[in-house]
Design a protein around this ligand. Structure first.
Ligand code: DGJ
Length: 670
């Protein structure tokens, strides 16, 4: 809305400039520069005092309305590039050699030099996709650098320079109007560095030079330059504030089109601005509220409302943030309605929070329709230091009654530095009215530095599904009976990838990879769902637990019940890389499981459509629609792993089939 209007006004102004801003002028060389340092050439005509006074002032040339519409943008130069982003009102192209702009008539551009080298960079985008470099064979002189000149009326401007540096760190200097304004700015490797400089122009031409006087003979210190943005500086006063208030008005009925956070920030800044209307304020106060208001207005984030599953695409919550619930579980969960105190059912999604990368806590989201999700919070946080457990109120409230040893254990199991928290699943226990989370709790131990040495199952409980969950402990679970072949006798009771399942009689089970991921186990939980039904020492094989497919090396288990038959979807063990799914069927949870092969249809790469199972749930009881939930892990950037949700189809014999769809909705399945 705002951007379009700003663009329209920008173009309108550009059109006005063609006829009114000297469009017929011939290109001319700027009369300064690296190679032309002779006294004569160095003399600028505009630099002579007499003419300087004739240069019109910016705010005599432009109205405030125009400039608000154009976001004050005069030039946005994508150095050495062709791709335009926002075009400033004085330019019609991304970059140009110094001369007359063919559309706006303004004179601007870079000063050509033999040493200039235009370079494209695939790792950047938009303004960082290209840059100027110094050619390798350049005869680097003191004056070598990047020179730009921009025709502007007399006035105050804000110049932003961007450097997207793929090389080793180096420093840069920037001269504006012949004066060093940025000194030895450090630009780090693979980083975008931006600097903003105020500039006052009196002679109608803004002169910018980017260089490195410390370069010496070291080509590794050559300057680079990615972009230059020139904006007019508003004159802040009560009149401008009124205009801003008018320009940024959002009808109240549009409020729910925006994320709550961004709308609240907008409202807050608007209230501050309105409060200043009737007061006498100084320029600085006007500047502050105007800037805040405009920023909040531009940052109003529209809520994306989904009515389909867009498989493998970015999926954002109702605040516009990427959903972080990997290795997760979706279920219809009884939840207490805060207003009435009644139990109601909601869709509930728990999963790994990978927003900070590999290590993180557990998040929950709720929904009424499975497409649109509301972030309920990080329901189990991990811990930054041992001290934090005793010092931060959040942890004090959870662990105030823990002994020092217990706190040591909490820290070891939830540390944001070492703990691995994966595949969390939640259950509601009606008897205790508590929510219980089980998760793959891993990390180094006193015997091994490996991230997967602990190989345990963690338990946390809370009165609310939105947390905070109090971590109880992590456990090794059942072991291979002596009369069976243990595929990993070196380490007993291991538990890694896991899931939970509650049977029709209310008995809960944990399904997990054990024996160094070579054998799956299913173990019965106690009535509270907080530990095994029977200690591993006294657990009875076939009653308290079973081993499935010994040596078959399966993980990522997802167990569900359909028409009295139990299904178990699994993956192979290939780290974050996807592999071929395999599913099994049985008449009871601890019963005989039959291998039914790969459920995927037309999965030519045999990678479960590039996903790994995490949950299968009944999405529509009436229609009998089950959804397969998988993770498409992005091992380089786990936070940007995607979700693969597909409808599960069943044939007449109960065989399960997964077909790939790019986009689908529940209505597609009757
Ligand atoms: C595969 C598991 O299924 C994931 O949960 C995770 O543990 C990765 N391995 C780590 O490589």
């Amino acid at each position: 809305m705002w951007r379009n209007r700003r663009r329209m006004l920008g173009l309108l102004l550009a059109a006005v400039c063609v006829s009114g801003c000297g469009g017929q002028e011939q290109p001319r060389e700027p009369d300064r520069g690296a190679e032309s340092q002779s006294g004569e050439e160095g003399q600028s005509q505009e630099g002579q005092g007499e003419e300087e006074t004739q240069v019109p002032r910016f705010w005599e040339m432009h109205t405030r309305e125009e400039m608000i519409g154009a976001d004050y943008l005069l030039y946005e130069v994508n150095c050495a590039g062709a791709e335009t982003g926002e075009l400033g009102v004085y330019q019609s192209g991304a970059d140009q050699e110094y001369g007359t702009d063919q559309v706006t008539g303004k004179q601007w551009g870079y000063r050509p030099a033999d040493y200039l080298r235009a370079v494209e960079d695939d790792s950047g985008e938009g303004l960082t996709a290209s840059r100027w470099e110094i050619g390798e064979d350049a005869d680097y002189k003191e004056e070598t650098g990047f020179y730009y000149d921009f025709e502007v009326p007399a006035g105050e401007y804000e110049v932003t320079l961007g450097f997207y540096n793929p090389f080793s760190a180096r420093t840069l200097c920037v001269d504006i109007e012949g004066k060093r304004e940025v000194d030895a700015l450090k630009i780090l490797k693979y980083k975008l560095t931006e600097t903003q400089v105020p500039a006052e122009v009196t002679d109608g031409r803004l002169e910018i030079k980017v260089y490195n006087p410390d370069r010496g003979t070291d080509a590794m210190k050559d300057p680079i330059l990615s972009y230059i943005v020139v904006r007019a500086v508003p004159e802040y006063d009560g009149e401008l504030l009124d205009l801003y208030l008018e320009e940024t008005q959002v009808p109240e009925e549009y409020a729910d089109r925006f994320t709550r956070k961004s709308y609240e920030a907008y409202q807050e800044s608007r209230e501050a601005a309105l409060a200043l209307v009737s007061q006498k304020a100084d320029t600085e106060q006007y500047r502050e509220v105007c800037e805040q208001l405009m920023t909040a207005y531009k940052e109003l984030k529209e809520v994306k409302v989904y009515d389909t599953f867009q498989v493998g695409k970015r999926w954002t919550d109702d605040e516009g943030n990427l959903i972080q619930a990997h290795g997760g579980q979706v279920q219809r969960l009884p939840v207490r309605d805060e207003a009435t105190g009644e139990m109601v059912e909601k869709w509930w999604w728990v999963g790994e929070d990978k927003s900070a990368g590999y290590r993180g806590g557990i998040r929950a989201y709720s929904s009424d329709n499975l497409y649109n999700w509301h972030f309920e919070g990080v329901v189990m946080r991990n811990v930054d230091s041992r001290a934090q457990l005793e010092e931060e109120e959040y942890f004090q409230e959870l662990y105030g009654d823990y002994t020092s040893e217990q706190l040591d254990n909490v820290y070891a199991c939830l540390s944001s530095e070492t703990a691995v928290i994966e595949r969390p699943k939640m259950l509601y226990n009606e008897k205790t009215d508590m929510y219980v989370i089980w998760f793959h709790a891993d990390g180094p131990t006193e015997y091994s530095d490996s991230n997967y040495a602990a190989a345990s199952a963690g338990v946390a409980v809370s009165k609310s599904p939105s947390g905070p969950f109090r971590f109880i402990d992590r456990y090794r679970l059942n072991t291979c009976p002596p009369d069976q072949e243990d595929f990993y006798p070196e380490s007993k009771g291991m538990a890694r990838d896991m899931n939970l399942f509650v049977d029709t009689d209310g008995t809960a089970y944990i399904i997990y990879s054990s024996e160094e991921n070579l054998t799956l186990y299913i173990s019965k939980l106690n009535e509270e769902y907080t530990y095994l039904a029977t200690d591993p020492e006294s657990a009875v094989y076939g009653v308290d637990y079973v081993r499935l497919f010994p040596g078959a090396q399966r993980e990522a288990p997802a167990l569900f019940l359909r028409d009295g038959e139990y299904y178990l979807v699994t993956s192979g063990c290939t780290g974050w890389a996807p592999n071929q799914a395999r599913y099994y069927r049985a008449d009871s949870v601890l019963g005989e499981w039959t291998d039914c092969g790969d459920p995927c249809v037309g999965d030519t790469k045999m990678t479960t459509f590039d996903s790994q199972s995490t949950c299968v749930f009944l999405a529509d009881e009436e229609k009998g629609t089950y959804i397969y939930m998988g993770d498409r892990w992005n091992s380089e950037d786990l936070a940007n792993s995607r979700y693969i949700w597909l409808p599960v189809e069943f044939d007449g014999e109960g065989g399960m089939h997964l077909n790939y769809l790019d986009e689908w909705s529940m209505e597609d399945f009757q």
